[in-house]
Design a protein around this ligand. Sequence first.
Ligand code: NAD
Ligand code: DAU
Length: 333
Amino acid sequence: MHIVVTGGAGFIGANFVRRTVATRPDVRITVLDALTYAANEASLDEVRERIDFVKGSIADPAVVDEVVAGADAVVNFAADTHNDNSLSDPWPFVDTNIRGTAVLLDAVRRHDVRLHHISTDEVFGDLPLDAPERFTEDTPYRPSSPYSASKASSDHLVRAWVRSFDVRATISNCSNNYGPYQHVEKFIPRQITNILSGERPKLYGAGANVRDWIHVDDHNDAVWTILDRGEIGETYLIGADGERSNREVLRTLLEVMGRPADDFDVVPDRAGHDLRYAIDSSRLRRELGWQPTHADLDAGLRDTVEWYRRNRAWWEPGKAGVEAAYARRETAR
Ligand code: NAD
Ligand code: DAU
């Protein structure tokens, strides 16, 4: 089997490539990645000999056509992914997440190649803080940010190409991932690397917002489950029952890293900040037999702290620039 992994130098894509190389030696992998600020080629160092790497954008029809021709499947991780960035400049999100997905769809249609499109639970908007309901495959789309609206658009494009042109595609919408190789702009790595750099963690507002955390390996195992057994044209929600408020996650990180419980700064809240995400993944579990294996979030967070401690060379070069951008945005608000 020959798969094209777009966005394979980013957080989830690189973990997917590494795990696939380790567990499926018969799969040939071509990574297509534009190497934006969010990529880190070092994430692929150990598997570089085992993959083909093409630097290029999913929004570039010529490159996409060449890479997709002859593949058996495309797994589309490529996206602009940070909500905060989408609030200051939405245009790269429109170009990559919407136009790029359309370019990919056009290519898989012409070459009759299977597509699995990676999406997010944020397309559904948010849920009330203290309520039992969770997102399901039937929840209406109600995205809040330019990022989530662009991902929602991409899902609609995939469904339109399936219905109108019989493209062989599946979609998954996953909750918040954590684990190794995540960019330091994101909540968990930002707080861990702040502490490791002698800075205080930064909590948006009261920290009451809830995210539904899943280990990146569980997400990627679910993606393979859908590639192996998913029904064409269908959507599967991926989640591991990991609901926790930001304040609770931060409390765990501070405890694990031996810092006092109040050793953080409260900073201005994100505009339009979604309150709560929660995934009901029973369809994926019932129909395709997937189960998460990282049930203990505290243990997962401890391992993640340990990974950032041991891999300073991976994150340190980009850290100051990310914090400078956050500081500029805070001053501008
Ligand atoms: P990331 O920001 O860490 O990596 C994105 C990768 O895509 C980078 O390597 C970047 O260079 C590449 N890229 C960006 N624009 C590109 C373009 N035009 N052409 C080719 N490559 C391009 O993102 P991530 O957190 O690994 O997310 C991967 C996918 O998973 C995204 O589609 C995202 O919406 C989705 N997702 C993420 C999460 C999460 O918690 N991180 C949860 C659910 C879904
Ligand atoms: O739900 C899936 C989504 O999860 C993915 O689609 C996105 O690509 C991914 O970035 C993530 O979006 P979030 O906005 O939830 O993740 P982020 O890491 O930016 O923030 C997590 C929570 O932490 C959110 O409520 C905002 C808060 N936060 C974030 C940062 C960076 C803070 O309190 N302080 C911070 O410094």
